[in-house]
Design a protein around this ligand. Structure first.
Ligand code: GLC
Length: 472
């Protein structure tokens, strides 16, 4: 099939979150299976800096704006079996250090939507499936369906994937003249223009990134206002769990690790990596279970619970803790304070380092992920691949991927708690610490977690079936 993916970020080109990992791996996997895959991205500053010399100009487009036309240079980079097209416009993308968060995001991604459809019209007219992702692409299926300029593309079927419903692309109606299309109330929600809503209502099919999150999105608590619309679309709405790139994340071939290992050699491998990780963070006492986190530091990722529980357990001398990530200054200051209090047992690094993230995946004994909500979550899958047992809030994709330990049957691949409460997290952590005292059971769980298949194999297949059914 000829499939064109569109999104705002993809590894290795630009990344702020898990969306980039998915768009950096699923298209490659589908290409390996014989499909003809293109990916269209804005040409962000990071792409100009790192990939400019690999980009070939393809065509120049002129996109109508309210006052004048804007230039869009379409460039192609061949990348691991797929064709990546960049939409180059320095004013809208190239000169901005941030991917989003500017006052004119609506205008920028409105411009991007037109540039994408014109690229498809001129360069990829044989596209059969257009797979769109998150609010930045929400206008595209609307234009495809309702805007006469794109009539020639109406054979194309569209899929719209929600990676996180909390981000919707909401803009004042003053944006309308910048969108270069006719108004209809489909664009509107709660009296403002809402790109996510537009995508949900106009794509041929809507997906989200796990079956449990799909069910949760029918409820107001999770759906940020979109529950009614998703109910409306129920017949064309499904949940498909993400995979991770099993080549990219492989403890037997990971250069960032002190020592590589397999499920067989996990005990010795982890011992060396834990020592290395503890040295990096200046921690003492390798006999204590080491809990790690790699995460954006926001309330949604469960940091209020972590701040409530973890420092007291560290103070009691029953565990060590390391955290890598950045985000909310309030939480950063809180965790800095705890690090200063317990420098031998509490480590933090504010920022991002791929190498250090891998050291944590491999060197920690447990991986903490108590997210308040989690559409899919990738880190828990990576940690299991590295034999690091996840401790998770059983929500969204975390529920679908981690089987909680059952002390009677010894089944499980990690630890879980049901209710988003500090005390429930504490019980799960204590139960993990308890199992750490029984190395035989601990190893059993580790090896089982390492054998789980979180590659794209099965999910890519589900996407293929969906594309087939849409194509008819
Ligand atoms: C978003 C979600 C995360 C998911 C990722 C990829 O970042 O918050 O749960 O894994 O998208 O779909």
């Amino acid at each position: 099939m000829k499939i064109t993916f569109v999104g705002s970020e993809a590894t290795p080109f630009a990344k702020t979150g898990g969306l980039a990992d998915v768009l950096g791996s699923l298209p490659l996997y589908l290409a390996e299976r014989g499909h003809q895959i293109s990916l269209i991205l804005p040409k962000h500053q990071s792409i100009i800096k790192r990939f400019n010399d690999q980009c070939e100009p393809v065509i120049t487009l002129h996109i109508e704006g309210p006052q004048h036309e804007s230039y869009a240079g379409i460039q192609l980079m061949k990348h691991q079996g797929i064709d990546v097209y960049f939409v180059d416009n320095e004013y809208y993308f190239g000169l901005r250090p941030q991917l989003y968060g500017d006052y004119d995001d609506g205008e920028r991604y409105g411009f991007f939507a037109h540039a994408v459809l014109k690229t498809i019209e001129k360069v990829l007219p044989k596209t059969e499936i257009l797979h769109l992702n998150d609010w930045q692409t929400g206008l595209i299926p609307y234009l495809l369906k309702y805007d006469a300029k794109y009539q020639s593309l109406n054979h194309i079927k569209s899929v719209f994937t929600i990676h996180n419903i909390a981000y919707q692309g909401r803009f004042s109606k003053e944006l309308m003249p910048f969108l270069n299309t006719d108004y209809s109330n489909v664009l509107e929600f709660d009296d403002v223009i809402n790109f996510l809503k537009t995508g949900i209502m106009t794509a041929d099919h809507v997906t989200t990134v796990s079956p449990t999150y799909k069910d949760q999105l029918q409820h107001a608590y999770f759906a940020y206002g979109m529950q009614g619309l998703l109910k409306l679309r129920e017949q064309s709405f499904s949940g498909i769990i993400n995979g991770i790139d099993f080549n990219e994340f492989n403890p037997s071939k990971d250069n960032a690790l002190k020592k590589s290992y397999t499920a067989k050699t996990v005990t010795a491998g982890k011992k060396a990596n834990k020592k290395d990780l503890m040295e990096t963070f200046g921690l003492k006492n390798p006999n204590l279970p080491l809990f790690g986190m790699v995460s954006r530091i926001t309330e949604a990722k469960g940091f209020d619970l972590v701040a409530d529980i973890i420092p007291t357990l560290v103070e009691k001398g029953i565990m060590n803790f390391v955290l890598l990530g950045s985000g909310d200054p309030y939480f950063e200051q809180t965790f800095q304070y705890f690090k200063d209090q317990y420098p031998d047992h509490f480590g933090v690094y504010f920022g991002y380092s791929d190498g250090m993230a891998r050291q944590i995946y491999a060197g920690a004994d447990y991986f903490l992920m108590p997210s308040r909500f989690e559409p899919c979550g990738l880190a828990q899958m990576i940690s299991m691949r590295y034999g690091t047992l996840p401790v998770v809030h059983k929500t969204g994709g975390l529920k679908d991927t981690v089987e909680p330990f059952n002390e009677y049957t010894l089944e499980g691949t990690g630890f879980g708690f049901d209710t988003y409460q500090a005390d429930d997290l504490k019980q799960a952590v204590l139960s993990a610490i308890n199992v750490f005292g029984n190395q035989e059971t601990y190893k059993l769980l580790q090896q089982r977690a390492m054998q789980e298949d979180f590659s794209w194999e099965s999910s890519a297949h589900l996407y293929e079936q969906l594309y087939q059914s849409l194509r008819g």
